[in-house]
Design a protein around this ligand. Structure first.
Ligand code: PLP
Length: 378
């Protein structure tokens, strides 16, 4: 059986968790601070704040961007539903624009027509690890005074060519980026998230908001030799990460460069092995982008039945997933303002499938997938 993904964790992660459990400090303490430092160093971000998951991180990012009830946020429907939900958490409305058919990322040409006097921000997704076209999105955002939030849930290790150099997602080309450490992503802490930003004042707000709006963190009170009384100047949330998760995350981060390199090799082999299957569409990687290949998504021919192809592969012991789902087709979003037809988003959900991709895959596994896919679609 070839699964869609296999987590890469062993004694290194287990020992890190054990070390924290035996240390006497298990939440938002020294390990979280160290993980934030490691993560900022890896991405090149000025500031990094750990949170409980990517969805809570997106909520805080939108709040600090000033998104309030009645505002509009331009985003894509073609994403995990948490992207749009984080906008609803603020009482704001997601305004969906379509994606580019080949990169599956927000089509910058459609943004301007979606802007209204109520638009506050753009929530752009680096979908399944492919960087979005920030060089075209940022000038539009700045011209209209919009904040830009990057949903980088799947994109740790992905890179964008910016000012003539390759920069990591999370360095932040907009105002803030948010990552997920769910096991379906490339770095996992079980659950977990990270917010990176170039703005020191935003980072200070994230730290307040993730811990009940409390003015003095536990770590500071614990070390003080004078009594300190904390205050709660604003309403916050409990969006903390535990030290157990952070210690696991630090081990995962050490593996990341090797993991990304291997994932790129596997993606290359997929392309090579599928080169003779002209009826299949390969994922596009623009010259200015380097995906981390969190997922490898293939476009099926128009006449192919997605479910039948997936079933034929499953019968051969190969697990696949359908394309990224569209939020606007879910009941929660049936009343959302849809600015334009979302044709590419819908086609991508209905006519793409995601292939297995994990570093423990052998070349024989990859070939079994490509052979199975060709037979199931020819
Ligand atoms: C996984 C994912 C999320 C949600 O991440 P959690 O850590 O599970 O909250 C949000 N956006 C995108 C694009 C995702 O893929």
């Amino acid at each position: 059986m070839i699964p869609i993904i296999k987590p890469l964790m062993d004694e290194a992660e287990a020992n890190a968790a054990a070390r924290v459990i035996l240390s006497g400090w298990v939440t938002q303490g020294p390990e979280v601070a160290a993980f934030e430092k490691d993560f900022a160093a890896y991405t090149g971000a000025a500031h990094a704040t750990a949170v409980s998951n990517c969805t809570t991180g997106l909520h805080l990012a939108l709040l600090v961007a000033g998104v309030k009830a009645g505002d509009e946020v331009i985003t894509v429907s073609h994403s995990y539903i948490a992207t749009a939900n984080s906008i609803l958490y603020c009482g704001a409305k997601p305004v969906f624009v379509d994606v580019d058919a080949d990169t599956m990322n927000m089509d910058p040409a459609l943004i301007e027509a979606a802007i209204t006097p109520k638009t506050k921000a753009i929530l752009v997704v680096h979908q399944i690890g492919m960087p979005a076209d920030m060089a075209r999105i940022m000038p539009i955002a700045r011209q209209h005074g919009l904040k830009v939030i990057e949903d980088a849930a799947c994109a740790v290790g992905a890179e964008l060519l910016w000012d003539g150099e390759w920069q990591k997602v999370g360095r932040v080309w907009g105002d803030v980026a948010v990552f997920s450490f769910h096991p379906r992503k490339i770095v996992s802490t079980g659950d977990g998230g990270m917010i990176t930003t170039p703005h020191a004042d935003w980072d200070a707000q994230f730290r307040l908001l993730r811990q009940h709006g409390m003015s003095v963190p536990d770590t500071v009170r614990h070390k003080a030799n004078t009594v300190i009384f904390e205050e709660h100047p604003i309403m916050g949330y409990n969006y903390r990460m535990t030290d157990i998760q952070a210690a696991v995350g630090r081990e995962q981060l050490k593996r990341l460069p090797g993991v990304v390199a291997r994932r790129r090799e596997i993606a290359d082999r997929y392309r090579e092995r599928l080169a003779d299957a002209q009826w299949l569409g390969m994922p596009a990687e623009p010259a200015w982008a380097r995906s981390n290949w969190q997922s490898f998504s293939v476009r099926l021919p128009d006449q192919a039945d997605q479910r039948e192809v997936m079933q034929a592969m499953l019968d051969k012991g190969i697990s696949t997933r359908r394309g990224i789902m569209c939020a606007h087709r879910e009941k929660v979003y049936s009343g959302s303002p849809l600015h334009a037809p979302l044709q590419n988003s819908e086609i991508s959900q209905d006519k793409r499938i995601i292939l297995p991709l994990y570093v423990q895959m052998t070349d024989a596994d990859i070939d079994a997938v490509t052979d199975g896919l060709k037979k199931a679609t020819k």
